[in-house]
Ligand binder design. Structure first.
Ligand SMILES: *Cc1c(COP(=O)(O)O)cnc(C)c1O
Length: 410
C-alpha cells in the first residue's frame, strides 16, 4: 500500500467534512481519541456562555431558566440514539466507576438468590476494583468470578446473578458478542451489565435489539466530552421501575424539592441519579454531541474498520522485522476501533512517537495503543504514523534516556 492509496480513500470518505468540527493541533497526528477525544470547535463558546451568562448573570435561576436541572436527561437521550437505546432509558452523570457501583447494586437486588458476578480478565481493572469493593461491602457470599474473555460464554450458568463485561477490550480491542452473551445470560436466568467505554461513539451498539439489561459508559473518549466529562447509564425500560438505587440521593427522588425525610424513588431512569451534577461539564458535553446528530453509526463503523485494517496491514508490511505483533482477533468484525501492538520496548517507542507528534498511548505490560476516531482521523494520517513508527524502529530512535523514563500517566 502506498500513501497515494490512502489519499484516494480519504477522497472518497463520506465523513471527511466532520474534521472541520474539531480543533486538532497543527501537525499533530492524534491517535488517542479512545482515551481523550479532541476538542470540538463549538465547545469553548458554549462553556464560556454557561459560565459567564448563565452562572454569572442568571445565577440560581438557571436551574430552571437554562434547563440545568434536566440536562442529564436531555443529554442522556442524545447519547441513547448512538447506542441503540430508546428515549428515556439513558441518564448522563457521575463517572463510570460510580455508575457501575449503582448498577451492581441494582442488578444484585433484582436477582437476589444468586451470588456470582461474572467478568473477564480483559476488563478494565477499575471495573473489577469496584466489583471487589461491592462484594466486600455486601459481605453476603458474593463471588467475583473472572475468566478469560473466550470463556465467558461457557461460564454463564445458573449460579450467575449477572455478568459485568466491557464490550470492547481496552487493550486488545476484542469485541464481545453482546447479543449472544445477553441471550445466554437470560436463558440461564442471569442479568447483564455492559460497559461501553470503548464502544459508545466507536461501534454501532444496539442495546435494545440485544435486550441488554444495564449499560454504562464514559463520554470523554470517542464522544469528545472533555476531560472528566459526565458518564452515562442505561437501564432497560422494563426494569426501570424495579430498580432500587443503592446511591439513593435527592436527584433520584420522586419529589426532590418536597424535602421529605423518606426516600421515594422517581419513576423511570431518573432514580439512578444521585446528587448535583457538574453543569459546566454538562454544557461542554452537550455541545460536543452536536457533531453526532447526523452521524449514521454504520457509516462510522465502516470507516473505523477500514482505518484499523489499513493500520494493521501497514504495520505487518513494514514492521514485521522488528518483532511487533498486533493484539486481538484477526477478524475485523470481532474488533473495536483501536489497535494495540506488542513490542518489548513499547513504552519508549511510544514516547519517541509522541516526540514526533504522533500521539497514542501505552498499556502495560508491552502494548502501544492507537485509537482510530472516524470523525477526525484520515487514512493519510494512518500512513504517516506508520511511516514515522518504522523510522523510529529502524534507527532505534526510542533508545534514549528521555524516552525510557516512565511518566505517571502512560
Ligand atoms: C476508561 C474506562 C473506565 C474509566 O472509568 P472512570 O470512572 O470514568 O474513570 C472504566 N471502565 C472502562 C472499561 C474504561 O475503558
Amino acid at each position: 500500500m502506498k500513501r497515494s492509496d490512502c489519499e484516494a480513500l480519504d477522497a472518497q470518505d463520506p465523513l471527511k467534512h466532520k474534521r472541520a468540527a474539531f480543533s486538532i493541533p497543527e501537525g499533530m497526528i492524534y491517535l488517542d481519541g479512545n482515551s481523550l477525544g479532541v476538542l470540538p470547535v463549538n465547545v469553548p463558546a458554549r462553556v464560556a456562555d454557561a459560565a459567564t451568562r448563565q452562572w454569572g448573570e442568571t445565577l440560581i435561576k438557571s436551574w430552571n431558566e437554562h434547563g440545568w436541572f434536566h440536562m442529564p436527561q436531555k443529554i442522556g437521550d442524545r447519547i441513547a440514539r448512538l447506542i441503540g437505546a430508546p428515549a428515556g432509558s439513558v441518564i448522563a452523570g457521575d463517572t463510570i466507576s460510580v455508575n457501575l457501583f449503582k448498577l451492581l447494586g441494582a442488578a444484585a437486588k433484582l436477582n437476589p438468590s444468586r451470588r456470582v458476578i461474572l467478568s473477564d480478565n480483559g476488563n478494565f481493572p477499575s471495573d473489577l476494583y469496584v466489583a471487589q469493593g461491592f462484594r466486600d461491602l455486601m459481605d453476603d457470599g458474593y463471588v467475583l468470578k473472572v475468566v478469560a474473555p473466550e470463556q465467558v460464554m461457557d461460564a454463564i450458568d445458573e449460579s450467575v446473578a449477572f455478568t459485568m463485561i466491557t464490550e470492547v477490550d481496552y487493550r486488545t480491542a476484542r469485541l464481545h458478542d453482546m447479543k449472544a452473551v445477553t441471550a445466554k445470560a437470560h436463558d440461564k436466568g442471569a442479568l447483564t451489565i455492559w460497559d461501553l467505554a470503548h464502544s459508545a461513539g466507536a461501534t454501532p451498539v444496539q442495546l435494545q435489539a440485544c435486550d441488554a439489561d444495564f449499560a454504562l459508559g464514559c463520554t470523554y473518549k470517542y464522544l469528545n466530552g472533555g476531560p472528566g466529562a459526565p458518564a452515562f447509564l442505561y437501564v432497560k425500560p422494563a426494569l426501570q421501575d424495579k430498580v432500587q438505587p443503592p446511591l439513593s440521593g435527592w436527584w433520584g427522588h420522586a419529589a426532590p424539592f418536597a424535602f421529605d425525610l423518606e426516600y421515594k424513588p422517581a419513576p423511570g431512569i431518573i432514580r439512578n441519579q444521585c446528587g448535583t451534577q457538574p453543569i459546566l461539564s454538562m454544557a461542554a458535553l452537550d455541545a460536543a454531541l452536536d457533531v453526532w446528530d447526523d452521524v449514521e453509526m454504520n457509516v462510522l463503523r465502516k470507516k473505523s474498520l477500514a482505518l484499523c485494517k489499513t493500520f494493521i496491514d501497514l504495520v505487518e508490511q513494514r514492521l514485521s522485522s522488528h518483532g511487533v505483533k498486533v493484539a486481538g482477533p484477526r477478524d475485523m468484525n470481532e474488533r473495536g476501533s483501536h489497535v494495540s501492538i506488542h513490542h518489548s520496548q513499547g513504552y519508549a517507542v511510544m514516547q519517541a512517537l509522541i516526540a514526533n507528534n504522533v500521539v497514542g498511548d501505552f498499556r502495560a505490560p508491552d502494548m502501544m495503543r492507537f485509537g482510530f476516531t472516524p470523525l477526525y482521523t484520515s487514512f493519510a494520517e494512518v500512513w504517516d504514523a506508520v511511516d514515522i513508527l518504522a523510522r523510529i524502529l529502524d534507527k532505534a530512535e526510542w533508545n534514549q534516556p528521555q524516552f525510557l523514563a516512565k511518566k505517571a500517566v502512560t
